[in-house]
Structure formats: C-alpha cells, structure tokens
Design a protein. Structure first.
Length: 249
C-alpha cells in the first residue's frame, strides 16, 4: 500500500519547481493533490494532467496567497472537491538576492508578504479542515535560515521567520496531533533559480565547495523529504527543520 493512500494534500506554488515535483511525488504515494498556482494556469494544469495520466487524482486551484479572500476561496474549492485535508505544503515563495545597500521597502514587503504572510494565511484557512490525529503541515524553508547568504539578507530573514513560525505552530497545535515541520533545501537548479540569473559559474563553484556531498540538490530530494514528513513515518516528529543541502550548513 502507498504511504499516503487516501490522503488529501494541498501544495501552494505547485505548478513549477519544487512545488510541481512535490505534487507529483505526493500523488505517486497515493494522495489526491490540489495544485495551487497564482498566475501560471497552463503549468498547473500540466502537473494535474501528469498526475491523472498516472492514475492519480488532482485539481488546480488559483489563489494569490497574500490575499485572505483568495486563500479562503481556494480552501473552499479544495474542500468542495475532496471533502477534507490531511496534508498542507506551504511551498509558494519568492527569492530575490539584494544586498543590504540596495534593499527597498518594496523588496522587503514583497518577500515578507509572500514568504511569511502567505504561509500564515494559508495555514489559518487550512487549520479548521486539517484532520486530527495525523494532519501534517510542511513548510518549505531554505538552508539560508541557518547559513544566511551575505547577498540576500531579506530573503534569509524570511526563511528564518518560517523556521521560527513552524516551531511555534508545532507547539500550539500539538494537542490536535497536527505536526508542523520544515524542509530546508540547499541550492537546487529549479526554473526559478535559473531565471534569477544570480548564480554565475564562480558562485556555483564556491557553493559546491562548501557542500560536503559535492553536488547541487535536485527537486526530487526535496519531494522525498516532504513525503517523509507527510507520512506516518514521521508521526513522532514535529517542530523540526530538515536540511536537504548535501551537508552544507
């Protein structure tokens, strides 16, 4: 039997990169998956189609997670289609590498609104629907929460906030047996990383030299960690951060 057979999952930012890999892997393990997207409907529908072609259940749901009304509508759609929620993966986020001297109010608020406020709003909307005795929330953080980048103080701060938020919520909702954990990836060449264009050959080589396993991460590495936290294999684990960074810290 698959590890997540009969479970219902929502993945924010599920149309590309980590989110798409996570959605596909959850479905492979037996979960029905709601794939959230903010704008890129064709990409979300492609992920849903791949899941369905493999015999799984999936829907796409649009929402800007920084807006409460859109988040609440998304949650009503998920519950309306699937009837329940077992697993929430807060993956949607933004990263911009801007040194302190160039930080603007817009940059600060854009990153904190999406990376932190969005996670809070989606979790608020999900909590009434998460099943007792086994509900799991997995927040996608980053290795920069423990190994901050000199080039990205605001982004690093948002991920430190996610780690702290997760530990707080793990304590607050332990009485309902809802577990909260983070997966903290190292450098992984997702579509977003490549489009950002920040990582030149010299910087990539420097990061590799700081990584004991001497390779970049893959989206599959992150998806596997999410499945672990979503499954009963981690039923006695909450409030933890799992670095998926090849030993870099």
């Amino acid at each position: 039997m698959s590890r997540l057979e009969g479970k219902i999952a929502l993945v924010t930012g599920g149309s590309l990169g980590f989110g798409a890999a996570i959605a596909r892997r959850l479905a492979q393990e037996g979960a029905a998956v709601a794939v959230n997207y903010p704008f890129s409907m064709p990409e979300a529908d492609a992920v849903v189609s791949q899941i369905k072609q493999s015999g799984g259940r999936a829907i796409s749901v649009r929402a800007d997670i920084t807006k409460r009304d859109e988040v609440e509508l998304m949650m009503r759609q998920v519950i309306g289609d699937f009837g329940a929620l077992d697993i929430l993966v807060n993956n949607a986020g933004a990263y911009e590498f801007v040194a302190l001297e160039s930080v603007t109010e817009d940059h600060f608020h854009r990153l904190f609104n999406l990376n932190v406020l969005g996670t809070i709003l989606v979790t608020q909307a999900a909590l009434p629907h998460l099943k007792k005795l086994g509900g799991s929330v997995v927040n996608i953080s980053s290795v920069v929460s423990v190994c901050p980048s000199a080039l990205a103080p605001v982004y690093s701060a948002t991920k430190g906030a996610i780690d702290a938020l997760t530990k707080s919520l793990a304590k607050a909702h332990a009485d309902r047996q809802i577990r909260f954990n983070t997966v903290n990836p190292g450098l992984t060449p997702t579509d977003g990383v490549q489009k950002l264009g920040t990582f030149g050959a010299d910087l990539l080589q420097e990061i590799l030299e700081q990584t004991p396993l001497r390779r970049n991460g893959m989206v599959q590495d992150v998806a596997a960690a999410v499945v672990f936290f979503a499954s009963e294999e981690s039923s006695f684990i909450t409030g933890e951060s799992l670095l998926v960074s090849g030993g870099r810290r």
